[in-house]
Design a protein around this ligand. Structure first.
Ligand SMILES: Cc1cc2nc3c(=O)[nH]c(=O)nc-3n(C[C@H](O)[C@H](O)[C@H](O)COP(=O)(O)O)c2cc1C
Length: 240
């Protein structure tokens, strides 16, 4: 065990923050850590919009489905897939392949996770905000995103004002397969459901009676932001 591993294993999303601001050097280190991440073919198809304008923050908080920490966190970063830069360099390059959107989403996720881990290693906390995609087009307009650029998710960062429990994950033996895909072991899932039931019932905030299977059924039974395909198409992405 070393401090890097301790930071990784100690991760919890933080949704309540003190008013304390980050030192400029801290933010710089977090962003540098993000930019140091691996990038497919070094395409670097990500833009980060740091939102400091209070009015825009309030609007984003609402557009993300009324998530108050979007407005109250010391920092709010919006991660975008960005092929606009590449088109400015050369208008003839392609940006509309689905593969290129996957590259952008993967690279942005890797970059963002570097930022979050860097922040956590500095004693800060944070949470991703996929809720921005609830109103992707409005967020896009608010942040004045050009064509070939699209909003992916946000990230709140700041000093934690809460100390939530670690959220248990599926056992390694469910997620990690050797040499080929193994059948789903429902006994292991059932054991995990019991672990999660206990976690949900006993956690210090937002306690509830539920299980992981119940949660995912609820989440996946309905639509998943069906407007996103049209949004990405409209931005010149995911067309073939
Ligand atoms: C891409 C992404 C988007 C997320 N969006 C939100 C969000 O909009 N609001 C929120 O409160 N949490 C959001 N989360 C946080 C997850 O709910 C959280 O990571 C998950 O429940 C596991 O909990 P933990 O991070 O505390 O371990 C998001 C996480 C990811 C990776």
């Amino acid at each position: 065990m070393n401090t890097t591993i301790e930071t990784l294993l100690g991760h919890r999303s933080i949704r309540k923050f003190t008013k304390q601001q980050l030192e400029p050097e801290q933010l710089d280190t977090i962003l540098k850590s993000g930019l140091a991440a691996s990038s497919s073919s070094l395409l670097q198809v990500v833009s980060i919009i740091r939102v400091t304008d209070k009015n825009k923050r309030a609007q984003l908080s609402e557009l993300a489905g009324n998530q108050p920490y979007v407005a109250t966190a010391a920092e709010f970063l919006v991660f975008c897939i960005d092929y606009h830069r590449h088109k400015v360099i050369n208008p003839n390059v392609n940006s509309d392949y689905t593969e290129l959107a996957l590259i952008g989403a993967i690279d942005a996720g890797i970059m963002a996770q570097n930022c979050l881990i860097a922040a956590e290693s500095l004693g800060l906390g944070g949470v991703y905000i996929g809720g921005l995609r609830n109103n992707a087009q409005k967020v896009d307009e608010l942040l004045e995103l050009p064509s070939d650029t699209a909003v992916l998710f946000g990230m709140c960062l700041g000093y934690p004002a809460q100390d939530p429990e670690l959220k248990p994950r599926l056992p390694q033996s469910v997620l990690v397969h050797e040499n080929g895909y193994q059948p789903v072991d429902l006994n292991l899932i059932s054991e995990y459901d019991q672990v999660m039931h206990k976690y949900y019932a006993g956690r210090s905030s937002n306690a509830k009676q539920s299980s992981w299977s119940a949660q995912i059924t609820n989440k996946l039974a309905g639509e998943s932001r069906p407007h996103i395909l049209g949004y990405l198409n409209h931005k010149g992405l995911v067309q073939r």
